[in-house]
Design a protein around this ligand. Sequence first.
Ligand code: URP
Ligand code: ZN
Ligand code: ZN
Length: 572
Amino acid sequence: MSAPVKKVPIHLQSSQNRLLIKNGKVVNEDDASDADVYVEDGVIKQMGKNLIIPGGTRTIDARGKYVLPGGIDPHTHLDFQFFGTRTADTFYSGTKAAIAGGTTTIIDFVFPEKGESLLDTYYDYRQKAEGACCDYGFHVCVTHWSDRVKQEMELLTKEHGVNSFKMFMAYDFMLDDSELYCAFEQCKQLGALAQVHAENGPVLTENARRLLAKGVTGPEGHELSRPEEVEAEAVNRACVIAKQVDCPLYVVHVMSKSAAEALRRHAGGGRRTFGETLAAALGADGSQYKHQCFHHAAGHVLSPPLRPDTGTPVALMHHLADDVLQLTASDHCTFNKSQKEAGKGDFTKIPNGVNGVEDRMSVVWEKGVHAGILTPSRFVAVTSTNAAKLFNLYPRKGCIAVGSDADIVVWNPNATRTISAATHHQAVDFNIFEGMTCHGVPDYVIVNGRVCLDEGQLRVVEGYGRFVETPAYAPFVYNPDELESLKPAKVEHVEHADVFQKMQKVKLADDPCPTPTLPESHVAAATGRGHRPEGQRNIQESTFCLTEELDPDTKSSIRVTHPPGGRSSGFW
Ligand SMILES: NC(=O)NCCC(=O)O
Ligand SMILES: [Zn+2]
Ligand SMILES: [Zn+2]
């Protein structure tokens, strides 16, 4: 069987759309600037001030708002068969919710049952994902070890756009230490990134058995059987094993202070270890497992669990600020209340997983930027850029730069919203952030140049998302020096006095006000020098008054008569 080829109907393609985002503060991981952003053909074509723009271009006024790279959620489980049941969210509902929250790309996990072909399962997932509304890539889980698995990893990497594999140290489909050793070695061989679910499986299984025997059957037993040190020991062990074969290692869902500390001990000295934490770990804690209501407590069950130490969320956020952790994900894996009931009377049978694909950006902003722990630039790094770099999508994704995909969020830091299952777009009937009021709301979300959230109104299209290949040997992982040369040129620098004043732990650049380095094309556009096509000279004053635009088919200039200020195409 071969991977399906999806045709996006012509009316859904973004090639005929033009968009100008004006007056916003563009924030990248290393820079913030006042710049307008012009989008055409789904790609960012120009940035700067006084841009020369074709007539008929739609304008979004982003005054007082941030213009951010669309979020990349590197860890979701959509349409996933787990614990004998299927997640509430499909690729359609999950990506629709992602867009509603400001995420424009997800990376999901292909999950073969133990013994199943990785490749066949990958093809299944390619099919399942066809309804996605935003772009998506795949990691592949290694749920058993054999020569065939090793060969399939090679095929997936070399021919199918997969550059990351997740190995489990817990569950029935865990690998033992010698299998982990071989899997890490193969990842290194292929230039792929090894990911690990770090919990000591045999220890937590014994703990659970004893708790159940003592009559502890409720959701509180979940955390009791998987205390912090069970997570931290596995993080340490995974780092030690990866070190033996010099394999870069990505620890998914770091949920505790002890696990982050174990990761910190292995960082530096040329080692490439990366840590991801979850919106859940930053916005909730393990006190929920003691809740009287089974649905409430079980609704918070995921693995590794939320921690009873209520200082954990803030500590993990500080680890995102100081680079012990580099990424935030949702680990979105949703089960309805009726599905969670499978674990009534035995906590080991509660399907593991929580929501977050829609909530992640707002929760990280609220607990990070609004709380004064992250700068807006670090927010961009941990919600988008670092994922793009690690999975080799940068600078196509993860930044606002000329030539990058037009995956853009116009972020309103002053608006608030209160999260609730009653109003969210996730298909699940429970939300672990219920009642949390977050500052920081997306007003517009642009996916591949198409406005999919428009002044807060969701206008997604099923099947609009594309599969994105993640090539091997990501420079950020395997050759950081090369990454420097990939960095897009900066536009101009503006201080965010309001937000930066609040910073506590964040390092500012050495030169707080570097000389603007406008790319040649921007200088030409801004000054009127340089190449400009004939027929684009009828500029009256600003960027909106052109009376010529391109024929979408021939790409040649055609004359159109519409009033200055543009027209609405109906499509946006
Ligand atoms: N995390 C969780 O409990 N569910 C999703 C599966 C996984 O990531 O281990
Ligand atoms: Zn996991
Ligand atoms: Zn997961």
